[in-house]
Design a protein around this ligand. Structure first.
Ligand code: ATP
Length: 473
């Protein structure tokens, strides 16, 4: 792990963003809990996504499907047969890896060394072998590429085996009646099986979309890079149902919209890139990733996939229920094609955290702050009376009462004003509102800006308007 990532993980823990799950028992691999500021940040991200999808588009509606689904769902979707990762162990360190991830890391090294052609060739070779499920050749490829275990440094690899990523459990209390069901590995299927319910009950006309935010579970072989790859995580997906033949147009449309959304969050253009897939999943006719430059390299944050009619058709076959739509404009019945946007809430969280984390050196002073866009900052403003006497706390509390209904703000009177500013910087609060003796005379306060540390005098009556404007997205 890079030093920067280590610093970010430590910061996230120390300042109440992310803790290892059940930490008093030494944690659970690849599972994390969100603390007081983390849950605010995550909720803000989910709300912004939800509103951008459903409120800004009058043809997109939401659902909240259950995590448990009928087991046949996962046969139809292909997850029972092909949601596998190639797993390999190093015989010396006894560490387990995903063969494809090790090979991708090697390709990334080539890319960084300017050998793009070699990187492409390696990925193409891997793609072919994975498609053919030729695991002994995949192992040879690893050995020929000199891929060694980061722990033992040797290339003493076991055979590569298929490993299904779905978690299963039993429903039913009596052992004989119990049947195996899965924890959903993606939220999308909850949308597909409800396609007709939603279309009919909300009277939707193609093209239309269904959005959902919810937990998904994958038994990831290697847990790496903090909340980048988790076993329990949250997805935000939108499936857009379109007339067959128009899918590429919508695919380009949504790719462009989603890139813009990330830029609007304050992610600099040079840290975002599009990666078009050459190798496509069984259900897709076009796919791209929106990648962010994490401290460990450019990695996928969001996927845009043109899924054709693969899913609805499969559910029609397995359920024997027609999954068709009558399109009055062309006077035809058809199974719609689907373009989806799929993003992990936790990965988006990690992107915004990495992007916000700033260490600044000026002279012999250093300062750490989180420069979140005010729309997603966990706390929007802190009300800080300069002293604990002369009626300043009462005045500060009155301002707090005025603003608390519309903004997540905090009131704090302990410690020196400098220490309190520093503390707010560390959790990414964009505005500190200092109440001083002049406030008692003219009802003005000082706003101290997080990023520039500049201060300005503002009338109390203008605070609400100023915060609203700054926190709009
Ligand atoms: P990867 O190749 O990284 O395993 P994927 O291509 O399987 O990801 P998708 O199935 O397309 O991912 O999932 C869509 C989104 O869900 C991803 O872009 C990512 O943001 C998020 N996601 C997927 N798996 C995880 C995970 N284990 N932990 C956190 N987020 C995840």
């Amino acid at each position: 792990e890079s030093n920067l990532l280590k610093d970010i993980i430590a910061h996230a823990k120390e300042y109440g963003f992310v803790y290892p799950s059940s930490e008093i028992y030494d944690g659970l691999q690849a599972v994390y809990d969100y603390g007081p500021y983390g849950v605010e940040l995550k909720n803000n991200l989910k709300r912004l996504w939800w509103e951008s999808m459903t409120r800004l588009n009058d043809n997109i509606v939401g659902v909240d499907a259950a995590i448990f689904m009928h087991p046949t769902t996962w046969k139809a979707s292909g997850h029972v047969d092909s949601f596998n990762d190639p797993m390999v162990d190093n015989k010396d360190s006894k560490k387990r890896y995903r063969a494809d991830v090790l090979i991708e890391d090697k390709a990334a090294q080539y890319e960084q060394a300017g050998e793009e052609e070699r990187a492409r060739e390696l990925l193409a070779a891997m793609g072919k072998l994975l498609d053919a499920a030729d695991f002994s050749a995949l192992r040879d490829l690893m050995i020929n590429e000199g891929i060694t275990c980061p722990m033992s440094g040797t290339a003493n690899w076991t055979e590569i085996r298929q490993f299904n990523l779905m978690f299963s459990t039993q429903v039913g209390s009596v052992a004989e009646d119990a049947s195996t069901i899965y924890l959903r590995p993606e939220t999308a299927q909850g949308i597909f099986v409800n396609f007709l319910n939603v279309q009919k009950t909300a009277r939707m006309k193609v093209p239309f979309g269904i959005a959902q935010i919810g937990k998904a579970f994958r038994n990831e072989i290697v847990a790496r890079q903090f909340i980048f790859r988790m076993r329990e995580f949250e997805q935000m997906e939108m499936q857009y149902f379109v007339r067959p033949g128009t899918e590429m147009e919508w695919y380009r449309h949504w790719a462009a919209i989603r890139v813009k959304w990330h830029l609007a969050l304050g992610i600099p253009e040079e840290k975002i890139r599009r990666h078009d897939h050459d190798k496509l999943a069984h259900y897709a006719n076009a796919a791209l990733d929106i990648e962010y430059q994490f401290p460990f390299g450019f990695k996928e944050v969001e996927g845009i996939h043109s899924r054709t009619d693969f899913d609805l058709k499969a559910h029609q076959d397995f359920s024997k229920k027609k999954q068709q739509y009558f399109d009055p404009e062309v006077n035809q019945n058809y199974i719609p094609y689907v373009v989806e946007t799929s993003i992990g809430a936790d990965r988006l969280f990690l992107m915004t955290l990495c992007n916000a984390y700033t260490e600044e050196q000026s002279g012999d002073k250093s300062r750490v702050y989180l420069k979140f866009h005010p729309a997603i900052a966990p706390v929007k403003a802190a009300i800080l009376p300069l002293t604990k006497k002369d009626g300043l706390p009462e005045k500060g509390k009155a301002i707090f009462e005025q603003l608390k209904y519309d903004f997540n703000i905090i009131y704090e009177e302990a410690a020196s004003i400098g220490k309190r500013y520093a503390r707010q910087d560390l959790i990414g609060t964009p505005f500190c509102i200092a109440v001083d003796h002049q406030t008692l005379e003219d009802d003005t306060v000082t706003i101290r800006h997080r990023d520039s540390t500049e201060q300005e005098r503002v009338a109390i009556a203008d605070l609400h308007g100023r915060l609203s404007e700054a926190c709009s997205f």
